[in-house]
Design a binder for this molecule. Sequence first.
Ligand code: LRH
Ligand code: MN
Length: 453
Amino acid sequence: MAEARSAEISSHVGAGSSASFTRQVTMVIREFVDENNRKALEWLHQDYDSLEKQLRRRGLDIEWLTGRAMAFRVAVPSWGVGTGGTRFARFAGPGEPRNVFEKLDDCDLINKMVRVTPGISLHIPWDEPEDPAALKAYAAARGLFFDSMNSNTFQDQPGQKLSYKFGSLSHTDAAVRAQAVEHNVHCVELGVKLGARSHTVWIGDGGNFPGQVHFRRALERYLESLRAIYAALPDTFRLFIEHKLHEPAFYSTVLNDWGTSYYCTRELGAKAFSLVDLGHHAPNVNIEMIVARLIQLGKLAGFHFNDSKYGDDDLDAGSIKPFQLFLVFNELVDAELEKAPGFDPAYMLDQSHNVTDPIESLMTSALELVRAYVQAHLVDRAALAEAQERNDAILALQKLKQAFTADVAPILAMARHRAGGAIDPVAAYRASGYRRRKAEERPADAQRGAGIV
Ligand code: LRH
Ligand code: MN
């Protein structure tokens, strides 16, 4: 039935995003989700009921946990719905979004399946809209809103006066710094028009060789530029600065670690916070401890969630180190339940999908975050605190492992189902033929990539 409807819809392709066209697509997606859910509902209720009994034995209320899963929110990166690549190659996928509106269509589909991703993080100028009001309306019509803005002074744009080859906000040339500050102020102003509430600044500034950059003077120049951006922030806007160990600079990076980031946010003021991209640390760094530090210092902006084995691989969240992801959420939920002062982190995904369908990767990554978030609510925090007081390392670790090894899949699926989403998003998405239809609608444009690179 849904198949026929989707075929009938395809024949209307090109009708652009007219409201009626959007409604039709939404209905077809709805039918695929309902069809998919009908088959799965019976086992879901069985699994949910047996998990309910298990958790009740541990004094846990499954309905409260399902409520936490439904309340979780993570923003999707607009640059994540296109195929990503590396410096070696990018292998474009079928039906790549060709503009910000088509990126929003894909984000809309993702949110209709998983129901935790209504926020979209834009990257400027990749997503520079001709008409911000029209873009805002387009998103709102789909129940979407704009999360943190992202500036880009790590690439030179066509027609740009001064190059960022040797840096941007920390460049030795004041004119280059001024150009970079102006771009960031433009992103903030655009963000205000789009209803965003924060702006994220990541710069690639640094050196490839010893002696190339004066470490102390470069940081001073960076901070001076940030002060100019900070001064342009509306009262309600927050500024997120994102540290990174290396790449594109391969010897020194101006904003290389959380300590330097914290120093800068403290120097700037109450509206500045440190954003943690999980891939921006040396292998084996204890990221959950950095998270605890920034929470304690009241300067945790939030996250760019992804996973990595070696460098800033931007792989799918929870795909390589799921226990680390759980330990990060253990710190976040601990602070959330304690109502830690100033704790209001923004959760975002930041990934590069080089070999998977970006929509499938973003849906499954969002689910992995909800899984870690719900598992962190299973931790018996009173028993853990007691074990910590008594230096009972084994019992303390057991309390965390007990939560991490719990299969909360029925809670996650029930939360999606109750929110109108798909019990099995990837299965419903594949059954919908959405990618095949987009491949017909969006002729491949090898030149333009919607992802990173
Ligand atoms: C830098 C980064 C940053 C984005 C870019 C797309 O590695 O994580 O957050 O601007 O990726
Ligand atoms: Mn990032």
